[in-house]
Design a protein around this ligand. Structure first.
Ligand SMILES: [Zn+2]
Ligand SMILES: [Zn+2]
Length: 412
């Protein structure tokens, strides 16, 4: 093989691509009904946008992004959807509150593993300009209903609150006091994170660190009154929406811009990296990107990972019946194209045979193409104003008058 696709990428075709398209189609229709409009942003942005919004010390910015330089400017392939969407809202002066949906590939240079690619498709929603806790619960509810609408089940929902800068700075001291006598038991990553991005320590995959964090004071127990009230109300609404969830006090998000509510949908089929949908509130991000103080929330779902968890019969993919039209001699081609057009008007697939080939040879090709029916239109059929239709599975052949062809198709 002379050429191979780059590591961590993949080619998608056939049934798999149809499943992905069915998920995207359902997303467009589901979220449109919930007031969301689709938005598409560039595949690459100026790198500053992501460095500013995601935070300098997150994994994405430190080692997982694709950047390139043209002239003096540094660009980055989009590693996530929120920062570009917010940038677009500010730049295009999109009126608030607004609800936006994106379905776009993202790019991260992480180690490839099951369901994780370096180019991966995300479906995400952003609800900008709503600060009330009801909306935190609502976007979680919409994530759940959307997943159910494509046939997903068996996922669990975890929620947490990571507070605002006020409660977080107080909590940071409490946590540091707790960790100080235990620093020598932490992994090197966590020791760095405590200073740079302290909430992220809870994301550590090392068991020895997690044992310590199990006993550590949690942000959720150290919220300021406003944040505690907000979180309690979110949980109240989740109950009213009939959502089953668990509270995970160690749940934090990898990106710096989150405030208050964070949540993840997890699925046991995915092993250790078991998140299929994740999001929360990021009330600081619009201001960080240069706009006014504006509450915002949203989530993103990795389509590839989600599909691993989905039963094979979901989402339902419709296969059109396939026809092959065989004719002998170029003289009949005008008539056979008419048959092809009628087939396609009735939403069937139709492939034309080469009129120079024998019928036997054309039938062989029809077999290779796995068509359901082959229509034979030779000189005999033309004289009788009919066509022969061969069912490729049963081998049964029948003759239909051309005048009845449309009616015959409707009864198939
Ligand atoms: Zn707070
Ligand atoms: Zn650690």
């Amino acid at each position: 093989m002379l050429y191979q696709k780059p590591k961590g990428t993949r080619d998608t075709f056939g049934k798999e691509l149809k499943r992905i398209e069915a998920v995207c189609r359902t997303a467009r229709s589901f979220f449109e009904k919930n007031g969301y409009q689709e938005i598409q942003t560039p595949t690459f942005e100026y790198a500053d946008l992501f460095i500013r919004s995601i935070g300098e010390h997150t994994d994405i910015v430190e080692k997982e992004n694709y950047t390139f330089k043209i002239g003096k400017r540094v660009y980055m392939l989009r590693p996530e959807g929120t920062a570009p969407v917010l940038r677009a809202i500010i730049e295009n002066k999109i009126p608030l509150p607004c609800r936006l949906l994106y379905i776009e590939p993202m790019y991260r240079k992480e180690r490839p593993q099951k369901g994780r690619y370096r180019e991966f498709l995300q479906i995400g929603i952003e609800l900008i300009g709503e600060g009330e806790p009801m909306y935190d619960a609502e976007i979680i509810e919409q994530g759940k209903r959307f997943l159910e609408s494509i046939g997903a089940d068996g996922f669990t929902i975890e929620v947490n609150s990571i507070g605002c800068p006020n409660c977080r700075s107080l909590y940071k001291e409490t946590l540091k006091d707790f960790l100080k006598p235990r620093t020598n038991k932490l992994c090197p990553n966590c020791i760095v994170r405590v200073d740079k991005n302290f909430l992220r320590i809870f994301d550590c995959k090392e068991e020895k660190c997690q044992k310590i964090y199990d006993a550590a004071p949690k942000i959720t127990e150290n919220l300021c009154d406003n944040c505690a009230q907000h979180y309690a109300t979110v949980k109240g609404f989740l109950g009213k929406f009939g959502i089953k969830y668990t509270e995970n006090k160690k749940l934090v998000r990898g990106l710096d811009y989150y405030t208050r509510t964070v949540f993840e949908f997890k699925h046991h089929l995915l092993g250790a990296q078991n998140t299929i949908l994740a999001g929360g509130r990021y009330d600081l991000l619009m201001k960080e990107l240069g706009d006014e103080d504006t509450p915002a929330l949203g989530w993103a779902m990795g389509v590839d990972r989600m599909l691993i968890t989905l039963p094979a019969e979901h989402p339902r993919v419709t296969e059109r019946k396939k026809f092959f039209v065989a004719t002998i001699g170029e003289g009949l081609i005008t008539e056979t194209t008419k048959l092809r057009n009628i087939l396609q008007e009735n939403n069937y697939v139709c492939i034309m045979g080469n009129p120079k080939d024998s019928i036997k040879r054309q039938l062989k090709k029809a077999n290779r193409l796995h068509v359901d029916h082959t229509i034979i239109y030779g000189e005999d059929e033309a004289r009788l104003k009919m066509c022969s239709i061969k069912n490729m599975e049963s081998g049964k052949q029948e003759q239909i008058a051309l005048i009845d062809f449309s009616d015959f198709l409707k009864k198939l």
